[in-house]
Design a protein around this ligand. Structure first.
Ligand code: CA
Length: 514
C-alpha cells in the first residue's frame, strides 16, 4: 500500500495538499496521526487543524482566503469553503530590502550559440518573414511551404523558416493609446536573437501598419552591418499575378538564407541565455513541484549572469507586496506598481478583476482562487532581486531577473516574451498542454508524475518526482539548468520541436479595432 503523503509549503500553513495519485479516501491515517474526515482529491487541500468560520486559510505563509464555514481538522477544503481575499492595495507597499546578500556567482557554464551582429546570441538559426498585416498571411504561408521544400535544403545551416503571422495591421485604431503595444511587439519580434539580425517583411501596400511605421528609421540597430528591412509589397505594380508575388518572396528569402547559412555555432557563456518562464494549465502541484524547481533554475541562471523573465500580471498581482520587497531599487518597485495599476485599470474597463483568471481546470486541480494560484506562480521567479521591469512588447536591455509585464494567456505571454528577446522558453503545466512556439525552443515541465508518464513524448522534465519524494527541488532545478544548456546548444531538442508543434503568435492589443 502506498504511504499517504501531504506537502505543506510553510510551517505557518494550516493546510497541506494531498499528493497521492487519485487522492485519498475518508479514514486515511497519516504517519503523524492526521486522519481524513472526508475524501480528499489529489492536489487538493486538507485542514491540518480546526479552522473557525472567518479564520484565515494559510498556504505559502500567506492568507489565501477565509473560511466560509467551520472546517474541522482532516477535512477537504473545497473551493466553496474559501472566501477570496480582497486584492492588496497598491499604496504603502513594502520598500525594497536593501541589505540583501548578493547571490554567489556561478561560473564555468557555456553553450554553443549563434552570435549576432548586435551582440545577442541565438539558440536557433531561423529566417523570419515578418508581416505588416494579416491580409498577406495566406500568400506568405504558400511561399514558406515552397521555401522549405525548394530552398531550405540548399542551406543546411539554417534551421527553419518562420512566418510571423498575426491578426493586426489594418482595421485597427492605430493611433489610439495602447496601439503602440502590438506595433512594438511585432517590431521587436523581428529582432529576436534567433532570427540572426535579418529582417524581411511582406507588406500588402494599403494597410495602416506601413513598413516604415513598423520599423521606423533607426529601429533596427545592427552593429557592423548596414541593414534596412527588405520589403516585398504585394500590391507593387511589378507583380503580375500571384506567381510573381511568390517569386519575389522566394528571391528575397534566398538572399537572407544565403547569409544565415554562413553562421556557425560558437562557445558562449551561459550568461547569453535569455529565458522566459511561464505556466499554463496549472494545478495545485504547479506551486509545489514544477514552479519551485523553475525558481531554483532561475536562481542558477541569474547567478550565471543570464537574463530570466517572469510574467503573467494577473498571476503575480496578489503577491505585489513580496515583489516590491524584492525589487533591486525604488525605481524597479515603482515600475512594478505602475504595471499592476495599469492592468487593474485595464481589467476594470472590461468589467472584471483578477479573479477572472482562474479556469475550471485550475479549480479541479485544487486551486481555490487567484490568490492561491498567484503564490504558486511567483515561486517560478526564484529568490533573486528583481533587476528590471518591461512594459508589454518592450525589448529587454539587461541581464538578471526581470519582470516582463504580460497577460497570463499562454500565447500572449509567449509572444510578448519573444518580443522581449527570449532565446529559450520554460513552460510548466499540471493539467497538461502541448504548447510550443516556432521561433524558440519550449521546455515543458510537468508538475505531476502521472502527467509526465501519460504525456511521456510531450513533457521534457518531470518535476512530479518532487511530490513522490524521488527527487528534490534542487535536483530538478539542476536538471532543467543543464537541459536548457543542451537544448540551447542544439545538442538536444524539446518534444515540441521534435513534433514541430507550435501555437499561433497572439498579439496583446488593448486598443480598439475599427
Ligand atoms: Ca500562462
Amino acid at each position: 500500500m502506498t504511504i499517504p503523503r501531504t506537502i505543506r509549503m510553510h510551517e505557518n500553513d494550516n493546510v497541506a495538499i494531498v499528493v497521492n495519485a487519485g487522492g485519498l479516501p475518508e479514514g486515511t491515517v497519516f504517519p503523524d496521526g492526521l486522519t481524513l474526515k472526508t475524501r480528499v482529491p489529489e492536489g487538493h487541500k486538507v485542514a491540518l487543524r480546526d479552522i473557525a468560520q472567518g479564520e484565515p486559510i494559510i498556504r505559502y505563509d500567506v492568507t489565501i482566503g477565509h473560511a466560509l464555514a467551520p472546517i474541522a481538522r482532516g477535512t477537504w477544503i473545497e473551493e466553496s469553503l474559501v472566501g477570496m481575499p480582497a486584492a492588496r492595495g497598491l499604496d504603502d507597499l513594502p520598500q525594497p530590502v536593501r541589505d540583501r546578500a548578493p547571490l554567489a556567482p556561478l561560473e564555468g557554464f557555456t553553450f554553443e550559440g549563434f552570435r549576432n551582429p548586435d551582440g545577442s546570441v541565438g539558440t536557433r538559426n531561423i529566417l523570419a518573414i515578418s508581416e505588416t498585416v494579416q491580409c498577406v498571411s495566406g500568400v506568405v504561408e504558400f511561399a514558406v511551404e515552397r521555401i522549405k521544400k525548394e530552398l531550405l535544403p540548399k542551406y543546411p545551416n539554417v534551421d527553419d523558416v518562420v512566418a510571423i503571422e498575426h491578426t493586426y495591421g489594418c482595421g485597427v485604431a492605430i493611433d489610439a493609446p495602447g496601439a503602440e503595444i502590438p506595433i512594438r511587439t511585432l517590431r521587436n519580434i523581428a529582432r529576436n536573437p534567433n532570427f540572426g539580425g535579418r529582417v524581411m517583411v511582406v507588406s500588402l501596400g494599403c494597410e495602416k501598419l506601413q513598413p516604415a511605421r513598423m520599423f521606423p528609421q533607426g529601429s533596427i540597430a545592427i552593429r557592423n552591418a548596414q541593414q534596412e528591412p527588405d520589403v516585398v509589397c504585394l500590391q507593387d505594380a511589378a507583380h503580375v499575378g500571384f506567381g510573381d508575388m511568390i517569386e519575389s518572396i522566394m528571391r528575397t528569402a534566398e538572399t537572407h538564407l544565403a547569409v544565415l547559412d554562413l553562421r556557425r555555432r560558437e562557445t558562449v557563456p551561459a550568461s547569453e541565455l535569455v529565458v522566459g518562464v511561464q505556466c499554463g494549465g496549472s494545478d495545485a502541484f504547479s506551486g509545489v513541484t514544477a514552479n519551485p524547481a523553475v525558481g531554483y533554475a532561475s536562481d542558477l541562471l541569474v547567478r550565471a549572469g543570464a537574463a530570466v523573465m517572469f510574467s503573467e500580471t494577473t498571476e503575480v498581482r496578489d503577491g505585489i507586496d513580496q515583489l516590491t520587497a524584492r525589487a533591486a531599487d525604488d525605481g524597479v518597485a515603482q515600475a512594478m506598481i505602475r504595471e499592476m495599476a495599469w492592468y487593474d485599470e485595464y481589467l476594470k474597463r472590461g468589467g472584471v478583476d483578477r479573479s477572472a483568471n482562474t479556469t475550471p481546470g485550475n479549480k479541479k486541480g485544487g486551486l481555490a482562487n487567484i490568490t492561491e494560484k498567484a503564490m504558486g506562480s511567483i515561486i517560478k521567479s526564484g529568490t533573486a532581486p528583481i533587476a528590471g521591469v518591461l512594459a508589454p512588447g518592450e525589448k529587454l536591455q539587461r541581464k538578471g531577473l526581470i519582470y516582463a509585464a504580460t497577460p497570463a494567456s499562454d500565447f500572449i505571454c509567449g509572444t510578448l516574451q519573444l518580443a522581449a528577446g527570449m532565446n529559450m522558453h520554460v513552460f510548466t503545466t499540471g493539467r497538461g498542454t502541448p504548447y510550443g512556439l516556432a521561433a524558440v525552443p519550449v521546455v515543458k515541465v510537468a508538475t505531476r508524475d502521472d502527467l509526465a508518464r501519460r504525456w511521456h513524448d510531450l513533457m521534457d522534465i518531470n518535476a512530479g518526482r518532487i511530490a513522490t519524494g524521488d527527487a528534490t527541488i534542487a535536483d530538478v532545478g539542476w536538471e532543467l539548468f543543464h537541459f536548457l544548456l543542451d537544448v540551447a546548444s542544439g545538442r538536444k531538442k524539446t518534444w515540441a520541436e521534435q513534433w514541430k508543434l507550435h501555437n499561433a503568435l497572439t498579439l496583446f492589443n488593448p486598443a480598439p479595432v475599427t
